[in-house]
Design a protein around this ligand. Structure first.
Ligand SMILES: *Cc1c(COP(=O)(O)O)cnc(C)c1O
Length: 359
């Protein structure tokens, strides 16, 4: 029996996608082989790869002057690849520090340049973001980097920041959760294992005029220019993950695209926050209402001694991977695209019953 898996990543995939992958596992569409066994340069695989890109472009209405890359190395490799490629002779960049993933991006960028943290949410324990007028931005910065959804802290921007320099976003845990105006960004990147597909694939969407000046001495594999010139096939790409991502894109298109996905995600998040806020203090989420994530919802109980009982009970009800991140404690429910509304309903019912018993 499949469970509702609230893991922050790798996370649930749509069951329809897994079924189709199973169907095609041994013999992909009469080719006599699995997608895993295909040459990435063969006609069959090229058609899979190109279709996936076309569907992603359609879902996000990606403008023509943006390249889409299917890379390896996870979002963490982008923490280095972004400065190596986008500094373009500068040594100044702006970062917003809004959570633990921002911190990691900042630490990596500091190896290559001077990082100005334009606003820092650490003093408020990553529960809110200072108003835009208080940010100390540097108009000379090569770019401004931020993390639209902080997966660990459950803090999400619901509008795109207005800045005067190229905007770079780590969208690992929010990409495809709702419509997005790609033209506002210089570069977007995302590890696949939250909202796109299996681990091992990283998607980069980059404006094509920004990729001509990689820092001298950079590894060949970390040059966007090289990856673009070789259509993400400078070496063997993560072929199977790319294929599954393609099935996820089709699934999204079939359910009505990102408008519909966004409506579903908003309903799911509102349902869970309502359960937390309506529990008379039994459950708490510390994040400023204006920045509450639709994707990752941490919550604590007034009595943390109950955590283990909660997690055990949830598990026997088929609700798994709800333990919070060690730095935040308590519980965390990650409710990405593939988490059905029924899964969130089941969690809310469990939470209400638990609070009645123990409260
Ligand atoms: C998961 C995550 C990462 C790390 O991704 P990897 O693919 O494991 O490197 C980075 N940023 C955010 C926002 C994440 O959610």
């Amino acid at each position: 029996m499949r469970v509702y898996n609230f893991s922050a990543g790798p996370a649930m995939l749509p069951e329809a996608v897994l079924e189709q992958a199973k169907e095609e596992l041994i013999d992909w569409q009469g080719s006599g082989m699995s997608v895993m066994e295909m040459s990435h340069r063969g006609k069959e695989y090229i058609s899979i790869a190109q279709q996936a890109e076309a569907d992603l472009r359609e879902l996000l209405s990606i403008p023509k002057n943006y390249k889409v890359l299917f890379l390896q190395g996870g979002a963490s490799t982008q923490f280095a690849m972004v400065p190596l490629n986008l500094l373009r002779g500068s040594n100044q960049v702006d970062y917003l520090n809004t959570g633990l993933w921002s911190e990691k991006a900042v630490a990596e960028a500091k190896k290559y340049c001077q990082v100005n943290v334009a606003t820092d949410s650490k003093p408020n324990k990553y529960t809110t973001v200072a108003p835009r007028r208080e940010w100390k931005c540097n108009v000379q910065a090569a770019y401004l980097h931020y993390t639209p959804n902080e997966t660990i802290n459950g803090l999400e921007f619901h509008t795109i920041p207005e800045v005067d320099v190229p905007l770079v976003a780590d969208m690992s845990s929010t990409i495809l959760s709702r419509p997005l105006d790609v033209s506002k960004f210089a570069l977007i990147y995302a590890g696949a294992q939250k909202n796109i597909g299996p681990a091992g694939l990283t998607i980069v969407i980059v404006r094509d005029d920004l990729t001509d000046l990689v820092m001298p001495g950079s590894p060949t594999m970390l040059s966007y220019k090289t990856q673009i010139e070789n259509e993400s096939m400078y070496n063997t790409p993560p072929t199977y993950a790319w294929y599954i991502a393609g099935l996820v894109f089709k699934w999204l298109k079939n359910l009505g695209g990102l408008e519909e996905m966004g409506r579903r995600n908003q309903r799911k998040a509102e349902m869970l926050y309502a359960a937390i806020d309506g529990s008379e203090g039994f459950y708490k989420n510390p994040v400023d209402l204006a920045y509450r994530s639709w994707m990752n919802i941490p919550f604590t109980m007034a009595d943390s001694n109950l955590n283990d009982t909660f997690l055990k009970g949830a598990k026997s009800a088929g609700l798994v991977t709800l333990a919070g991140h060690r730095s935040v404690g308590g519980m965390r429910a990650s409710i990405y695209n593939a988490m059905p509304e029924e899964g969130v309903k089941a969690l809310v019912n469990f939470m209400n019953d638990f609070a009645k018993q123990k409260g």
